[in-house]
Design a binder for this molecule. Structure first.
Ligand code: ASP
Length: 300
């Protein structure tokens, strides 16, 4: 995350915290809180979610999202959708109103429309900043005759410090001791059309179980998927470890096992949190009855 984007990220995270908190403060559920928090970040062009997301190789926005409830293990996911401003709203409808867990592409959009989630044009999700970013990226790749695998975009040694990667996620705990998680993304820059990342896959980019913890991840999706990283982390917590430790261990595991780079937020039903990243920066924030904090660096 370049210096000149830090403030916008912190502002966006704080707005999301405020939206989630409003739900919890009036006695609402963790599930509603994570949905509202993620909607705020999908609507904020700072982030790689909803409008303003990275473009795929064909110059289109293609979005993935998942939401999961820890009490019931109900989950809803959408993948490769192109006509939804708020994919997390569609994911929530799937969780609440469908016997299925996951919809992709046109079927997901049809389900969303039938359940009251408005559709938009793909062009409505595209902003000039991203058109220019894709143009530059493709021109540079052609010049170098390189076939980048994606990891270099996330590595601390990334030579392009003008790119930030902003999948969004939220975890929440409500008054009834229920936890929930949600993750939403435009995926990776210049991805192949139809490529699905980790973010919307259960246990990879997102997981919630009241018997362990809620987790949301970000980073280069392919390595995260291979490790089923969100579930890996919550399993450590079920085994008796604290979220803070498990989050840090997840980042070590990601780096050591598959040379991956990313970040994670974790929360257990006792209210312990874990925030870790092995990228140079990751925007994060949390709010409790006692305290609110946000930043772009978290020391392990
Ligand atoms: N994990 C996302 C993906 O690979 C990207 C990100 O987190 O920035 O689709």
């Amino acid at each position: 995350m370049p210096d000149d984007m830090v403030e916008a990220h912190i502002r966006g995270v704080k707005n999301a915290l405020a939206a989630g908190w409003r739900v919890l403060d009036r006695g609402g559920s963790a599930l509603d809180a994570v949905e509202e928090a993620v909607v705020i970040m999908e609507d904020d062009e700072t982030f790689d979610a909803g409008r303003g997301s990275f473009l795929n190789r064909d110059g289109k926005v293609q979005l993935d999202a998942l939401i999961m409830e820890g009490a019931t293990l109900r989950a809803g996911g959408v993948g490769c959708v192109e006509h939804l401003r708020n994919p997390v709203r569609a994911a929530r409808k799937i969780l609440s109103e469908s016997p299925h867990v996951y919809f992709v592409g046109e079927g997901a959009e049809k389900f969303a429309a039938q359940h009251g989630v408005p559709l938009c044009r793909n062009e409505d999700l595209i902003i000039p900043r991203e058109v220019e970013r894709l143009r530059q990226y493709q021109a540079e790749a052609a010049r170098r005759d390189a076939k980048p695998d994606g990891n270099h975009l996330f590595a601390p040694s990334a030579d392009d410090a003008t790119i930030s990667h902003d999948t969004v996620g939220a975890v929440a705990l409500d008054r009834n001791s229920n936890i929930a998680a949600a993750t939403s993304t435009g995926g990776t820059l210049n991805k192949a059309p139809g490529r699905l990342g980790d973010s919307s896959l259960i246990g990879c980019g997102c997981y919630a179980d009241n018997e362990s913890a809620a987790a949301s991840t970000t980073g280069w999706g392919e390595p995260i998927m291979k490790l089923v990283l969100a579930k890996w982390t919550t399993d450590r917590i079920a085994a008796g470890n604290l979220p803070e430790w498990a989050a840090q261990e997840a980042m070590n595991y990601l780096k050591q096992r598959v040379n991956g780079h990313g970040g994670i937020i974790v929360l257990n039903p006792e209210g312990h949190i874990g925030i870790a990243h092995n990228t140079p920066r990751m925007a994060w924030g949390y709010r409790t009855v006692r305290k609110e904090e946000a930043g772009v660096m978290r020391e392990g």
